[in-house]
Design a binder for this molecule. Structure first.
Ligand SMILES: Nc1ncnc2c1ncn2[C@@H]1O[C@H](COP(=O)(O)OP(=O)(O)OP(=O)(O)O)[C@@H](O)[C@H]1O
Length: 321
């Protein structure tokens, strides 16, 4: 059963194309990670699915109906990227206030326990640390025993221990049959929780696959070296020359170095380092990289699928530079 669906959903903010014909189905019982760099369109997609914004074109559905229908919304729990809590209310009071909106809320003690907040029940939210406030904001999404929870960067600002507490709570909800859609900048976070990851870049779905398959794409490395002349090398997804150094982006740095040696290329000052998610996305969206982020893709053009989508299925991008 599909709980949330985007069907060719496009959203513009003035000239900015935030989402570009996105298709997404979230089925009952799934835990889906939405991964992408800043400005990719993750929050916009979430906002469409929960009915806070409407698509410019295309459709979105929640439980098979309009996301703005209160009956549908009552069955979801949401933690937006930024939340405000009334600073003078105690943690327990905030939980009680939100609980009062639901027919069968999770008991206060149980909820606070699950999210590691028991010791803070009597503290005013204004006096909590940023991480404690964030945990409370996420906990509130679960109060009403939702069927579907949507969490926008739930662990931002949390230390390692708090992040693990939160991950455990999300896993427990999922183990009990709950459905989760969460956004993150970090593959490690998605990996810790989800089997399925949907990669968004420049408003498009670049990949919708298992974490392992996606890791092969975003696990791009930068091999940089000084060399006069480089032959065409297999597995290189992008090449740059800056200040006399060549930078090669590849998903298999070991193989690339072997190929350089086998080809007898005279090189010096070799460096291999991981790329940031942003760099990896630039590499896999090379076809679109000439367009300014989130703005210049022609809504009506019959643009080809980004290379990553096709190559993920094969486990490795094969797009030449
Ligand atoms: N209310 C708005 N008005 C104008 N532009 C907006 C608005 N909301 C989002 N955008 C733009 O739409 C694009 C997608 O933004 P969105 O917040 O959905 O990305 P995101 O993937 O959630 O980013 P982040 O990881 O930084 O939160 C960006 O270019 C952003 O500047």
């Amino acid at each position: 059963m599909i709980l949330a669906r985007a069907d060719q959903a496009t959203r513009r903010y003035g000239d900015v194309l935030a989402l570009d014909r996105v298709d997404l189905d979230v089925r009952a019982g799934e835990l889906v990670g939405l991964l992408g760099p800043n400005g990719a369109g993750k929050s916009t997609l979430m906002n469409l699915l929960v009915g806070l914004r409407r698509p410019t074109s295309g459709r979105v559905e929640l439980f098979g109906g309009d996301p703005r229908d209160p009956a549908s919304r009552r069955q979801i729990g949401v933690t937006p990227q930024e939340t405000g809590l009334p600073g003078t209310l105690r943690v327990g009071e905030v939980v009680d206030f939100v609980s009062a909106h639901y027919p069968d809320p999770v008991p206060r003690g149980e909820l606070l326990e699950r999210f590691g907040l028991t010791a803070h029940a009597r503290r005013q939210t204004g006096g909590l640390s940023g991480g404690q406030r964030r945990r409370l904001a996420v906990a509130l999404a679960f109060v009403g025993r939702p069927r579907l929870v949507l969490l926008d960067e739930p662990t931002t600002g949390l230390d390692v221990e708090a992040r693990h507490t939160l991950w455990d709570a999300i896993r427990a909800f999922h183990d009990d049959g709950g459905t989760v859609l969460l956004t993150s900048h970090y593959l490690e976070e998605v990996e810790a929780l989800a089997r399925r990851v949907v990669v968004i870049g420049q408003g498009r779905v670049l990949a919708d696959d298992t974490v392992d398959a996606v890791r092969a794409v975003v696990g791009v490395r930068r091999v940089s070296l000084v060399a006069d002349d480089l032959p065409t090398l297999p597995g290189v997804v992008r090449t740059e020359r800056i200040d006399g150094r060549s930078h090669l982006l590849t998903t298999d740095a070991d193989q690339l170095v072997r190929d350089l040696v086998t080809a007898g290329v005279p090189f010096a000052d070799l460096e291999v380092r991981p790329t940031s998610l942003e760099e990896a996305f630039l590499a896999i969206t090379a076809e679109h990289a000439s367009a300014p982020t989130g703005s210049a893709t022609d809504d009506t053009s019959a643009a080809p699928r980004p290379p990553a989508t096709a190559s993920v299925a094969g486990g490795r991008p094969t797009t030449p530079a």
